[in-house]
Design a protein around this ligand. Structure first.
Ligand code: NAI
Length: 329
């Protein structure tokens, strides 16, 4: 099997090259470019492609892949909201993903963002470097004895619940299914979670139901001085409504690893570019907001797990025994 590996970064190549010798009969060619209408044509002669969170797998791209004989899309991530599933079905293209690699990696980053934005670590770091030892503007809140509201209590949300419990917080959760492993979590309706939480962390997938679940209406229901963290998907939050809420002093702090319109930015050095949209700059204009660039997954343990599961997915496709839960339908 020949796989064309799109959007390759140094750390991807390192972690896949390390284990490739264990997979006889599978070849990988790495390219830096991501898959798009322009680059999809270079897939001729390959059997599969490997893509990531911001890859463009629209209907048009899928059609080009199908014309070139691509039969398999290996997503080296959990999310698949960037794939036209109907087009894949029509052209008989199988999609295999990595449903879980290191939930703790993402949950720990969510807590890192919560702590950093709460205690203004991002401001303090810069101030002290400039010999400004004033503490004005750096006051935070204790997490101990506060309420953490976790939206989506699957693998990552559950890890976040455990971390919050470790901080001595009361943990409440909202999910369409209750996780039986979380006996210390009190499940509540979304409105109650919004009304009672001091820290709200989003861990549900982006679907038609969850699109813009955080909007002016839901922000209004939140406590004043709430801390909001999103490490899930940007479009769970209506960014214009969030910016309005920040301007109205609703939030003590906001930590975002994902945000709407991040696609062009994700994993790219764009310091010489004039950006097409102003979302990032508007968010970064606020002293109580921290933005990271979709890096919550990025730990050595997660990279190793991602490369193993992706290669196992390729092997299982060849052997005709794909793991049901890794198939995207
Ligand atoms: P999971 O499938 O284990 O858990 C998701 C949970 O959300 C499930 O319990 C599900 O019932 C619940 N859910 C679904 N729709 C909901 C809704 N409308 N309202 C409330 N709950 C809902 O998924 P996992 O592994 O925990 O990942 C969660 C999300 O984290 C992924 O969908 C992905 O978008 C994001 N993610 C972000 C990463 C990053 O680097 N920033 C890395 C990996 C995942």
């Amino acid at each position: 099997m020949k796989i064309l590996f799109f959007d390759t970064k140094k750390y991807d190549k390192e972690s896949f090259d390390k284990i490739l010798p264990e997979y006889e009969g599978i070849e990988i060619e790495y390219v830096e470019a991501d898959v798009s209408e322009r680059t999809a044509k270079y897939t001729k002669g390959f059997d599969a492609i490997c893509a990531f969170v911001s890859s463009n797998l629209s209907r048009k791209v899928i059609e080009i892949l199908a014309e070139n004989g691509i039969k398999l899309i290996l997503m080296r991530c959990a999310g698949f909201n960037n794939i036209d599933l109907k087009a894949c079905e029509k052209h008989g293209i199988t999609i295999l993903r990595v449903p879980g690699y290191s939930p703790e990696a993402v949950a720990e980053h969510a807590m890192a963002l919560a702590l950093a934005c709460n205690r203004r670590v991002h401001k303090a770091y810069i101030k002290v470097r400039e010999n400004n030892f004033s503490l004005v503007g750096l006051t935070g809140y204790n997490f101990h004895h506060k309420t953490a509201g976790i939206i989506g209590t699957g693998k990552i949300g559950a890890a976040m619940c455990r971390i919050c419990r470790g901080f001595g917080m009361r943990v409440i959760g909202y999910d369409v299914y209750q996780n039986p492993d979380l006996d210390f979590v009190e499940y509540v309706e979304l409105d109650k979670l919004l009304e009672e939480s001091d820290l709200i962390s989003l861990h549900c997938p982006l679907t038609d139901d969850s699109y813009h679940m955080i909007n002016s209406k839901s922000i209004k229901k939140m406590k004043n001085n709430v801390i909001l963290v999103n490490t899930s998907r940007g479009a769970l939050i209506d960014t214009d409504d969030l910016i309005k809420g920040i301007r109205e002093h609703k939030f003590h702090a906001v930590g975002l690893d994902v945000y709407e319109e991040e696609t062009e930015n994700v994993f790219e050095n764009r310091e010489d570019d004039i950006l097409e949209t102003s979302i990032t700059s508007r968010l970064l204009s606020f002293p109580n907001v921290i933005v990271t660039s979709h890096q919550a997954f990025l730990t050595e343990e997660a990279l190793e797990a991602i490369s193993y599961t992706t290669m196992e997915n390729a092997k299982s496709y060849i052997n005709g025994d794909c793991i049901e839960s890794n198939i995207v339908k």
